[in-house]
Design a protein around this ligand. Structure first.
Ligand SMILES: *[C@@H]1O[C@H](CO)[C@@H](O)[C@H](O)[C@H]1NC(C)=O
Ligand SMILES: *[C@@H]1O[C@H](CO)[C@@H](O)[C@H](O)[C@H]1NC(C)=O
Ligand SMILES: *[C@@H]1O[C@H](CO)[C@@H](O)[C@H](O)[C@H]1NC(C)=O
Ligand SMILES: *[C@@H]1O[C@H](CO)[C@@H](O)[C@H](O)[C@H]1NC(C)=O
Ligand SMILES: *[C@@H]1O[C@H](CO)[C@@H](O)[C@H](O)[C@H]1NC(C)=O
Length: 635
């Protein structure tokens, strides 16, 4: 699709205005259409969970998948900057020798409110005299010959009292969340980030991590407090809830909580938010400051974004910018400054990006390069040495059209979730690696993540290698082995969130199964081609088990509230045929699991990876490739 850029600054203003109105209405129409959706619920949450595997590039969803133009922000015109010593300076390179004077006003949270801010008293500075910043955020105004020539919000991290140093036993938590990003969406939209995450950082990417509720609120409550059924209340603040960052704070860690999109942020949408700042550093006042500065901008951003989702950019620059930068870059930068300031301290930091992924799933792609750069910064800057990183989401897209396809329905329930462990931790407690390897293919949820965070806060890593906690526990630490037979009911995942497939055993001597299995063995041998001189050629020994896999979701008819489209459209149902096969090969006696899907041309594709389900020990000691080790049998 070719991009259409409409510039306001041309002569034929009236024609343009009309055109703009039409385009705007078109945007509104698209915005409404995007919300077509049907509810599907799970019919039996007491059944053993087969982790759903679906093709991220299935033809039914390809029409929704395209590449938006890069974000274009205005040229960098920042007149001031804040250095590492917390001083604010005029950038002499940009004043062209003019006699400019500036003042800043700190952005201050108002008492008893999470929605209002005040601007502090003016502190003047000029080219020869810089000023000390008094808080994290400030509105800066610059004056030249009596006229305001510059007004913008700036941020940094104003270091607070001393926190404990991190050591080899007490680790930090870094959560980098991207709202509304399913695992499949991450595969489609963030190829660069994911490759680095898996290959270089050795992340565990969870295939069965399932949401526990519809939107961000229950899912973030589950991970932060272990309870997703706390009703929200317009009159009450959230301060008294047992947020896990308190456990870190009590132990001397520096904390940060940052979320963009202030209107929709998790603890503020239709609620009262926090009375006291929920972290030592809290980004919300910065965004409130932006909105107080540009009142109308905030209201129409959504429509502008709808248009951008169709590659139409009004005004030539993106609604995803603030000043010279995409907003997600500002948020990442704030996180980086926090990490640099508290480099040697224990930390709990949580950054949650809403705007980029919330409404339009393809915009996620616009973050790929920046997320990748952030991960590189974390690694190269040594920030992962004593920190456990969670790069994750809360649920899949809720309001994009993709939700109306069988694949979209499944993926909406399975958010992206990954963990990166520091090397020292992995070396000191080898069972963590073993258990996490196992758990990536088990049914897990934010309640399990909550238990994991508590383990980290309390330095608990000495789980017995095979220590499976009681199956019905409300959350099981991911450092333990999650039981294989776990059901959604066991995991406290409600029927509206459960995506588990169901399986039916079928005879293993079925011709289709035999044909598929032989072909999968050929595939494994192809993976090993480059190591042919070292790894033995594998042959099929036996098919142990074959199952027909199908979706367990059923269309739930709307109740009283019926929208017009529910009469006009019928939901598409899942008619795909999928098989699970467990087979053994020679000479390694390796047992593998594979899930395949029959294609329209009566061929098949392998969904996800072929998983080795018995131990390969040192069978593959002759090769180093982490991905291929499970398959190779050294000659
Ligand atoms: C000003 O320009 C010089 C030379 O290009 C550069 O080294 C310096 O970092 C710039 N200063 C700022 C604050 O951008
Ligand atoms: C900067 O401000 C200080 C204090 O107000 C003043 O003494 C000084 O002359 C100013 N310098 C310039 C270059 O304006
Ligand atoms: C922490 O572990 C690293 C790597 O094992 C080691 O080099 C370092 O001396 C340890 N530091 C402390 C304080 O024990
Ligand atoms: C969750 O919070 C609700 C309301 O505060 C309470 O009734 C419920 O017992 C809590 N559940 C758990 C498991 O703590
Ligand atoms: C492989 O492991 C077994 C026992 O686990 C051990 O006896 C054997 O020496 C190992 N072989 C190599 C090549 O390391």
């Amino acid at each position: 699709m070719r991009a259409l850029r409409i510039n306001f600054c041309t002569r034929r203003k009236q024609v343009l205005l009309l055109l703009c109105c039409l385009v705007f209405l078109y945007g509104y129409k698209l915005h409404v259409e995007n919300e077509v959706q049907f509810n599907f619920i799970h019919i039996n949450t007491n059944e053993k969970c087969e982790i759903p595997k679906v093709n991220p590039f299935d033809e039914s969803i390809l029409p929704f998948f395209w590449k938006p133009d890069p974000i274009v922000c205005p040229e960098n015109t920042e007149l001031v900057y804040i250095d590492d010593d917390e001083m604010i300076h005029i950038n002499k390179n940009r004043t062209k020798g003019k006699h400019i004077e500036c003042y800043y006003q700190s952005v201050i949270r108002k008492q008893q409110s999470d929605d209002d801010i005040l601007f502090g008293t003016s502190v003047w500075f000029n080219v020869s005299r810089s000023a000390m910043m008094e808080s994290d955020f400030a509105k800066v105004v610059c004056v030249f010959e009596g006229k305001n020539i510059y007004e913008r919000l700036h941020y940094h991290i104003k270091k607070k009292q001393k926190y404990v140093e991190s050591d080899n036993d007490s680790f930090s938590v870094l959560i980098f969340g991207v709202d509304s990003m399913s695992r499949l969406a991450a595969i489609r939209e963030l190829p660069k980030t994911l490759k680095y995450l898996e290959k270089t950082l050795g992340a565990y990417v969870f295939n069965g991590y399932t949401k526990v509720g519809g939107n961000s609120y229950p899912n973030l409550m589950a991970l932060l407090t272990g309870n997703f059924s706390v009703p929200f209340n317009k009159k009450k603040f959230f301060d008294n809830q047992p947020f896990v960052w308190k456990k870190f704070s009590e132990r001397g860690a520096a904390t940060m909580y940052s979320e963009d999109y202030p209107r929709l942020s998790t603890f503020n949408y239709l609620t009262r938010g926090f009375n006291e700042s929920p972290g030592d550093h809290y980004l919300r006042p910065f965004y409130l400051g932006i909105n107080s500065e540009k009142k109308y901008q905030a209201k129409i951003t959504k429509i502008f974004m709808t248009l951008e989702d169709k590659d139409i950019t009004l005004g030539g620059t993106s609604a995803l910018c603030y000043g010279d930068n995409p907003k997600h870059v500002i948020q990442i930068d704030y996180f980086k400054r926090f990490l640099n300031k508290y480099k040697n301290n224990r930390k709990f930091a949580m950054s949650w990006l809403n705007e980029i992924g919330h409404d339009f799933v393809n915009f996620l792609k616009l973050g790929d390069a920046d997320f990748y750069n952030f991960l590189v910064f974390l690694k190269e800057g040594g920030h992962l040495k004593r920190s456990i990183l969670f790069f994750m989401s809360d649920h899949g897209t809720m309001i994009d059209k993709i939700r109306n396809t069988p694949i979209g329905r499944i993926e909406a329930k399975l958010p992206f979730f990954s963990i990166v462990l520091p090397t020292i931790l992995r070396q000191k407690y080898p069972h963590l690696d073993q258990n996490l390897q196992t758990n990536i293919n088990r049914l897990t949820s934010p309640l399990d993540l909550h238990k994991t965070l508590i383990d980290i806060a309390t330095n608990r890593y000495n789980h017995h290698p095979k220590d499976t906690e009681a199956i019905q526990n409300r959350g099981i630490s991911l450092f333990n082995e999650i039981p294989k037979d776990r059901t959604c009911a066991d995991a406290h995942i409600p029927e509206s969130s459960c995506a588990c497939y169901t399986s039916e055993a079928i005879p293993t001597n079925n011709a289709v199964i035999e044909k598929i299995t032989s072909s999968v063995v050929v595939t494994i041998n192809t993976y090993l081609q480059t190591h042919r001189s070292k790894c033995a050629l594998l042959t099929l020994k036996k098919i142990h088990e074959a199952k027909l896999i199908h979706s367990n979701l059923k269309h739930s008819k709307p109740g009283r509230k019926k929208a017009i489209w529910q009469y006009l459209y019928k939901p598409k149902l899942d008619k795909k045929q999928r098989y699970f096969i467990l087979f053994e090969v020679m000479p390694s006696e390796g047992i593998f699991e594979v899930t395949t899907e029959i294609t329209q041309t009566n061929n098949f594709i392998i969904l996800d990876k072929i998983i080795r389900s018995n131990r390969y020990g040192n069978q593959s000691a002759c090769i180093d490739d982490r991905d291929l080790k499970p398959y190779c049998y050294c000659k």
